[in-house]
Design a protein. Structure first.
Lengths: 330, 328
């Protein structure tokens, strides 16, 4: 890929993301014009209502979209690189379902005992669930072909979703919306402190990923080549897998089980800018954010005044893409 | 020798079915003696037995048989041991059609639910088949992966629809599934469905059996693969549609029962239809019994119970490394 193309792709991705972000802040049941939204963003607006809408009501959605988008995209990128399988991401491998189950079990336990603090334990529970399901899938399909990994992931997801449905239905029979958070995804908590914590966590993990992006790149050449270049393959693989699982767990804690975004973003990025990790990582991240912000925009605005859960919109956007890939791959 | 073994299997399964039927009738929030059915005193308990538990047990039995049959056919036609209407989006298609129907203002009477879900199942199955078709014929892997993702896609649409029209409770009922409100009218419809499906299968059993071979071989043996596949698809969508209309999205049966029967008695499709139906019915009775007694007085969601069984089972199949395309 020519340098020019890389730069222009990166710049246009960022521009689109910014535009969509501002649109997300401006549009909704209360319509703001772009100028006043921008003014409010840089702290120059004196209109109380604009400030309230932008900062208190819509900013949390933007934050949640950015967190889930970047986490899922980078997690997907790492998994695709390590497994050398372009049809993989955390939702296909069952990692998202595992994290969801962890979260659901924690919330179930918390409703039984009043002493348990959900906010503190949620990321840990999601992480444990994600790790366990990832370990199960990789043990089961360790000798298997690429397709077998996909199948075991799909099977595990079906199983875990059954358990989630069971637990949630026995917890609360009437709050059905909550169940769907863990089956198909929705921004269920838009509390500022909650999102800030996860935002910081995301940034830390993204920076960590960035610090090893050259090592990640060597995996594209295959483990043997990576070893000969001087990468400690075993150790690096563990670190990268841990990062991928951790990022997926964060995304699930914030947005529930959102599907296939992590598959779509890196693939699109690869077509745009080729496979140099130096640019692939930021562009995938950007594209993941774009998909999530766009979905949030659609979810919040398409059927005003009702608001759709964002996971449904991402599902409707991303699943046809997966089918198209599958269709094309043979 | 083989025939007598099959005979034994059938007899044992029939006994199991009878036993579970009686157990299912007896079990519930309160356990009643099955003898109440034919005693002539008109107590409340007897009324419960006759008007609530009897249709429920019958419906569970028929749905189990239908699902087992459709699973068996699906696996034979796609030459693939992990095909099942709940995995491949057929059930999800029926659910979406039911949601659309109720939004469009159809009253969800029994007739309406049945034709809606059969239409939905047909359309979904057609899409999944189209996705899986390559120039070389049906690609089993694409069938499964495409089917699962397509299934998720349709479920998303159905849920979005129910959110927008404030009918989430209805969606919930479909998703949860179960036999808690079945009545005799539904049972009679189910019985008709089962009869149709059985007759079709009976007349085409030779053709279905030959489908384990590749198309060229089957043709040389006198089968017509295209026609047989079409008839098989009809049986599958009728079975799945009727089941979803009454019981919601019930997984596992179509996947696990034929596999268990195949393990117990590896034989051709036509010989295994009977034990398959019997075990499917027995298993559904057992799951339904668990759903109504494990956490009584609340009822456990049947769909979740069956999904857990199905997930574990599917996972074991894949984990044991059995070839996805076993018949090749």
């Amino acid at each position: 890929m020519s340098k020019q193309r890389i730069v222009s792709s990166l710049v246009s991705c960022v521009l689109i993301l910014v535009l969509l972000g501002v649109a997300l802040l401006a549009l909704g049941e209360i319509r703001l014009d772009f100028i006043s939204t921008l003014l409010s963003l840089i702290g120059q607006s004196t209109d109380q209502m604009t400030n309230l809408v932008v900062w208190q009501i819509r900013m949390p959605y933007l934050g949640a979209a950015l967190i889930t988008g970047s986490c899922l995209a980078i997690s997907g990128l790492i998994l695709q690189t390590l497994t050398e399988n372009p049809l993989v991401d955390s939702s296909i491998l069952g990692i998202n379902a595992g994290a969801s189950l962890g979260a659901v079990i924690l919330i179930g336990l918390a409703s039984q005992s009043k002493t348990l603090n959900v906010d503190n334990w949620l990321p840990r529970a999601a992480l444990i669930g994600a790790l366990l399901s990832f370990i199960v899938v990789s043990v089961v399909s360790r000798h298997g072909a690429k397709m077998q990994i996909l199948l075991s992931g799909v099977a595990l997801t079906a199983l875990l979703n059954g358990i989630i449905l069971m637990i949630e239905l026995s917890l609360n029979k009437f709050d059905f919306e909550k169940i769907l958070v863990w089956l198909s995804g929705s921004f269920w908590n838009t509390d500022r402190d909650f999102l800030l914590t996860y935002g910081v966590l995301t940034v830390v993990l993204l920076l960590l990923t960035w610090s090893v992006h050259t090592e990640l790149e060597t995996f594209l050449l295959g483990p043997a080549m990576a070893r000969s270049i001087g990468v400690n393959v075993a150790k690096m693989r563990y670190l990268l897998l841990a990062l991928a699982v951790g990022l997926a767990a964060i995304a699930v804690s914030v947005g529930g089980a959102i599907s296939i975004v992590g598959l779509m973003a890196p693939r699109m990025a690869k077509r745009l800018v080729g496979s140099q990790m130096r640019v692939l990582v930021p562009v995938s991240c950007c594209l993941g954010c774009i998909i999530m912000v766009l979905s949030t925009l659609v979810a919040n605005n398409l059927f005003l005044p009702s608001v759709l859960p964002v996971g449904l919109v991402t599902g409707v956007i991303t699943m046809p893409y997966f089918l198209y890939l599958l269709f094309k791959s043979n | 020798m083989k025939v007598s073994k099959l005979w034994w299997l059938n007899t044992l399964l029939l006994l199991l079915l009878l036993f579970l039927f009686v157990l299912n009738m007896a079990g519930g929030v309160i356990w009643y003696s099955p003898r109440l059915l034919w005693q002539s005193d008109h107590t409340l308990a007897q009324q419960i037995m006759r008007t609530i538990r009897l249709p429920r047990a019958l419906a569970a039995m028929i749905v189990g048989a239908l699902l087992a049959l459709s699973g068996q056919l699906m696996q034979t036609l796609s030459k693939n041991p992990i095909a099942d209407p709940s995995i491949l989006g057929v059930n999800a298609g029926a659910m979406l059609a039911l949601m659309l129907g109720s939004v469009a203002g159809f009253s969800l009477s029994i007739t309406n639910t049945i034709w809606l879900s059969v239409v939905g199942a047909t359309l979904a199955f057609l899409v999944v088949l189209a996705l899986a078709m390559t120039r070389q014929g049906l690609d089993p892997l694409r069938f499964i992966l495409g089917g699962t993702v397509f299934s998720g896609f349709i479920s998303c649409l159905a849920y979005a629809l129910s959110v927008l029209t404030n009918t989430t409770m209805q969606f919930r009922n479909l998703l949860v599934g179960g036999f808690s409100n079945t009545n005799f009218k539904q049972v009679s419809f189910l019985a008709v469905g089962l009869l149709i499906v059985l007759l079709i299968s009976l007349f085409n059993r030779k053709g279905f059996t030959l489908m384990v071979f590749d198309d060229a071989t089957a043709r040389s043996l006198g089968a017509q693969p295209g026609v047989t596949r079409f008839i098989g698809a009809i049986v599958i969508v009728i079975s799945a549609g009727f089941s979803v209309a009454v019981a919601g999205n019930v997984g596992f049966i179509g996947l696990g029962i034929p596999a268990i029967i195949h393990y117990l008695h590896p034989d051709s499709l036509e010989r295994n239809i009977m034990p398959n139906l019997l075990l499917g019915a027995s298993f559904m009775l057992l799951i339904d019994l668990l759903a109504k007694t494990l956490a009584a007085p609340t009822e456990l969601p049947l769909a979740a119970l069956s999904a857990i069984c199905g997930g574990v089972f599917l996972f074991i199949i894949i984990a044991r490394g059995s070839q996805v395309t076993a018949h090749e």
